[in-house]
Design a protein. Structure first.
Length: 322
């Protein structure tokens, strides 16, 4: 690929793709990831590249479009065989596919018309977008099959913290398409949040927050992954950073599930891969916020890992009933 320097992987051998191909695109603050599925829902290929989050919406969508073209070429498909593209994107996404709010990891992303502009880059193929955590929840529910719950909270902890809600068997959109934004609630202290306010969950549990808080204490500008590795090696400062993150997550999940009577939280994202560090403080905090019914809130870790958002985005444009 020429513009989007990324990696591409074929998921299986194909002689000739069928019509009805669907692409699912995950646009995150650090990475854009694409999957290609056929009309039988088989995963054909996937590709990823860094998200040019600081270069604005045009560059971000250029990267997404090039990745989609790349996975098509990788399986020998003609672009005319692409029937639709689904997008799970970071930020608050309107029902018309426009970014109406985003964290400060992005520049020039707010106001981007994802559906319209990505479709234009891909020869007018239909595009439908939604918030990335809603796409994550859609995919994880699909993985449960007949065992799908009627109520669930999804929390994805990556660069930032996002959430989505399933209530009475329906994905909850809320006013302004911003339902479930758990990362921007709470008053956990005075740390700055990406939204410009202070004390929110994201300011303590997101990957950028972990990096910032560790650097403030040690002057070491490490990635969240390296901070986690150091914590597992016994670093008391790193352990304290994750301890605080776990407690804040547990408290926020307890408050959100208590408000809506939800007894299942599904967790994903890169930071949650350090579950060994988060589990104890999160569960201890969650036990302090029991449901009125007396039931405890069950925690389920992602079944689909880093593919979840892209797979959920592909399901958004599935020909099957939503």
């Amino acid at each position: 690929m020429s513009g989007a320097t990324g990696t591409q992987r074929a998921a299986g051998q194909r002689i000739r793709p069928h019509t009805g191909l669907r692409a699912g695109v995950d646009i995150g603050a650090t990475k854009t990831f694409v999957v290609l599925r056929d009309q039988e829902d088989c995963l054909l290929a996937e590709a990823e590249a860094p998200t040019p989050a600081r270069r604005g919406g045009e560059a971000i969508l250029d990267t997404a479009a090039e990745l989609v073209r790349g996975v098509l070429a990788g399986v020998g498909a003609n672009p005319t065989e692409l029937s639709a593209v689904g997008v799970g994107a970071a930020g608050v996404i309107s029902t018309g596919g426009m970014v109406t709010a985003a964290g400060d990891a992005f520049s020039g992303w707010v106001g981007t018309k994802i559906d319209l502009e990505l479709s234009r880059r891909l020869d007018r193929v239909p595009v439908r977008s939604e918030n990335d955590v809603t796409a994550f929840l859609r995919a994880e529910l699909g993985e449960l099959g007949a065992d799908q719950p009627r109520h669930a909270l999804a929390v994805v902890v990556g660069t930032g913290v996002g959430g989505a809600l399933l209530v009475d068997g329906r994905l909850l959109r809320g006013g302004g398409a911003g339902a479930g934004e758990i990362g921007h609630i709470g008053d956990f202290g005075d740390e700055p949040c990406s939204c410009g306010r202070r004390g929110h969950l994201e300011a303590y549990a997101g990957g950028r927050a972990l990096t910032r808080r560790y650097a403030a204490a040690t002057k070491q500008q490490w990635s969240a992954e390296r901070v986690a590795s150091s914590a597992l090696g016994g670093d008391p400062v790193a352990r304290a950073v994750f301890e605080r993150a776990g407690r804040c997550l547990g408290t926020a999940i307890g408050q959100a599930t208590g408000l809506l009577g939800i007894d299942l939280a599904i967790l994903g994202g890169g930071v949650v891969r350090s579950w060994e560090l988060l589990e104890r403080p999160l569960l201890e905090a969650l036990r302090q916020h029991p449901l009125v019914s007396g039931r405890s809130v069950a925690i389920r870790l992602s079944e689909l890992g880093g593919r979840a958002v892209a797979l959920g985005a592909a399901a958004l444009v599935s020909p099957a009933p939503d």
